[in-house]
Ligand binder design. Sequence first.
Ligand SMILES: Nc1ncnc2c1ncn2[C@@H]1O[C@H](COP(=O)(O)OP(=O)(O)O)[C@@H](O)[C@H]1O
Ligand SMILES: [Mg+2]
Length: 279
Amino acid sequence: MHKVQDVGAPRMGRRHIWDDLTSEAMAAVTELTGPILRAASAPDGYTSQIAVRLDTESGPVFVKGMRQDRDDVWTQQREAAVNPYVVPLGPRMLWQVTAGGWDLIGFEHVDGRAVDHSPASPDLPLVVETLTALSRIRCPALTLKEASRRWGKYLDDRADGALFKGSALVHSDMNPSNMLTGETGTYLVDWPMATRGAPWIDAACWVVWLIFAGHTPHTAEQWAAKVPAWATACADALDLFAVAQARYWQETVDAHANKVTLKLREAASRWAIHRHVFP
Ligand SMILES: Nc1ncnc2c1ncn2[C@@H]1O[C@H](COP(=O)(O)OP(=O)(O)O)[C@@H](O)[C@H]1O
Ligand SMILES: [Mg+2]
């Protein structure tokens, strides 16, 4: 088998590159894709152990994967299970294969760039449109995280998490690197944290990322309110969700303090304070 060298982003954190895959894993992928002409790791993303564009004779394919011995390899299965329900908002999964110690998924490659959340960005209406379509996806009957438990655990009274319940499919990771926009449209990638919950939750998660990108809490909420599902959230639910987000990001800082997590914690706390609730 001819091996190509990864010409994309370098190894970083937990991210490996194509060259690190075992020969068995590479051979299993090649069997599915045909000869690989070029490999380029994505510069963005945090959780997956490999995220790489492969160019093949029949076009590009995007491969995302985890080593099979990792505790969080379940995220591969989750991503595969939700895929049929998120297409065409998310790219279609083409195949999944386990070989040579790796669990790998091939997706249609999206030609696009990450959206820009900053205050003057022309992308903001596109994000609103995408979150509106997302809020309308009904949650499939799969085993998924439940919003009431996932964020209720941060509240003084966990039972208040009932306010986050709903039958929408919540993506929950509004990191701009998960929304790619290009000539063929705007797509949401990275679904392993898909959750069953209220249809306004993704807009509420977006508020934190908007503040992170330089909006005031007030303008961030104004943008979120353009997603029609936002209006279905009662004020108490939003207050408690802001508290849950602030405590969630605090927990993330406690586990991994870095510039980004510290700034996200600050953004979530500012949102909670704006809503007159104090995390
Ligand atoms: N189908 C795809 N086509 C093109 N690029 C993609 C695709 N899926 C993901 N990416 C790129 O790879 C990055 C990492 O993938 P993602 O699914 O977000 O994993 P992570 O868990 O590492 O954040 C994304 O931020 C995006 O830039
Ligand atoms: Mg991602």
